[in-house]
Design a protein around this ligand. Structure first.
Ligand code: WQD
Length: 346
């Protein structure tokens, strides 16, 4: 009997890639997504890749009755991977209430429902932004690093979400949770059938680069070259989305198979390597042969100067490790952008 996993935000960038990997690992998947930052045709793409069409419901996780209906229809759901959230650092500075309402209420609704329907575990999509700007001596950052004051409402919602899960489990809730603190997910499925496709002007670096490279955007703005880093641009830990998706499968299996040793476990999910914006830009141009028109612009509010992960715990305890190179991730992003052009999508 196949186990069924609910993937919230499953037509989104990371959710769709994780759905494909869950199916490959033998799970049935049910997707809920409000399509605020993705399209329903991603479900067709998932089916094209895996040969299995996941159940899909256009549901906002903040709508408790609608969300509960999905569990009524699928009483075999034994685990949840919760991606559905607003996730642009810059936008969260401009629209804090949207971020607090969407990101907190959606999680609370899921936690309320879990015991009612006997759902054992939840994998929560957290983020390295919970660390704020780690002190230099705490880089690469480990899971034990102090949680510093968030530098954006987005980062704060992730911190509060982690506390909500911890407090709920501490209160005796009959569930287990794994918090995955991702760094910067990039790239697209090698098939070119699914990928990162935010609605409107991209907030994130990679889609802005590929849209500039193909001529949709006039020029990339590099937000600041006066940071305290070797080349002045920000440093991040860019992880290929395929590796990230596989980390979710490993985490879900750990809970479903009852291998978790704590009711709440936390893992950094990154490559362990810090790469600057300029280094990434140069790597993109080298591995695609495409020059990117850019200018240096003022810093963006809410940006962290430099953060990359110590991923020993995920490697040694979760049994997961990122295996793809930055070049593979960036080549896949460019391949995806070209496929979108071939299909007349953008
Ligand atoms: C990366 C760097 C920008 C756009 C992301 C997600 C967040 C979380 C963490 C998962 C920064 C610079 C960007 C541009 C630029 N992921 N940049 N020009 O802010 O690190 O956060 O990863 O939970 O959801 O948003 O990613 O890609 O926006 O920025 O110079 O047009 O690229 O200043 O230094 P960020 P990002």
């Amino acid at each position: 009997m196949k186990k069924t996993i609910l993937v919230t935000g499953g037509t989104g960038f990371i959710g769709s890639h994780t759905t494909v990997e869950l199916q490959a690992a033998g799970y049935d998947v049910v997707i809920v997504d409000n399509l605020s930052n993705s399209n329903a045709d991603v479900v067709d793409g998932i089916e094209q890749i895996s040969g299995i069409r996941p159940a899909f419901y256009k549901v906002d996780c903040c709508d408790l009755p609608a969300l509960e209906d999905v569990f009524k229809k699928h009483p075999d759901i034994c685990g949840i991977i919760h991606f559905a959230a607003s996730k642009a650092v810059g936008e969260s500075v401009e629209q804090p209430l949207k971020y607090y309402e969407n990101n907190l209420v959606s999680l609370i609704n899921l936690l309320k429902i879990m015991p009612v329907y006997g759902v054992k575990g939840i994998i929560f999509s957290s983020s390295c932004t919970v660390y704020g700007q780690p002190d230099p001596e705490h880089l690469p950052v480990t899971e034990e690093a102090p949680i510093k004051k968030a530098e954006s409402p987005y980062g704060n919602t992730k911190q509060i979400n982690e506390e909500i899960v911890q407090d709920y489990v501490k209160s005796g809730a009959p569930i287990s949770a794994i918090l995955l603190r991702y760094f910067n997910p990039i790239g697209s499925h090698p098939s070119g059938i699914i990928g990162e496709l935010p609605n409107g002007v991209p907030a994130n670096l990679i889609p802005y680069i590929t849209q500039t490279a193909i001529g949709i955007r006039e020029q990339l703005s590099v937000f600041g070259d006066d940071y305290d880093t070797p080349d002045g641009s920000c440093i991040r830990d860019f992880i290929y989305v395929l590796d990230l998706a596989k980390a979710h499968v490993a985490a879900m299996a750990r809970i479903v198979e009852g291998k978790n040793t704590e009711p709440v476990e936390i893992y950094n999910v990154g490559t362990g390597n810090g790469v600057s914006v300029f280094e990434l830009l140069n790597t993109f141009e080298k591995c695609t042969g495409v020059k990117v028109n850019y200018k240096v612009a003022p810093r963006r509010a809410g940006d962290i100067e430099k953060v990359w992960g110590n991923v020993d715990k995920a490697n040694n305890v979760l049994g997961w490790k990122a295996v793809h190179t930055l070049e593979e991730a960036l080549s896949s992003a460019w391949n995806w952008q070209k496929k979108l052009r071939e299909r007349g999508i953008m």
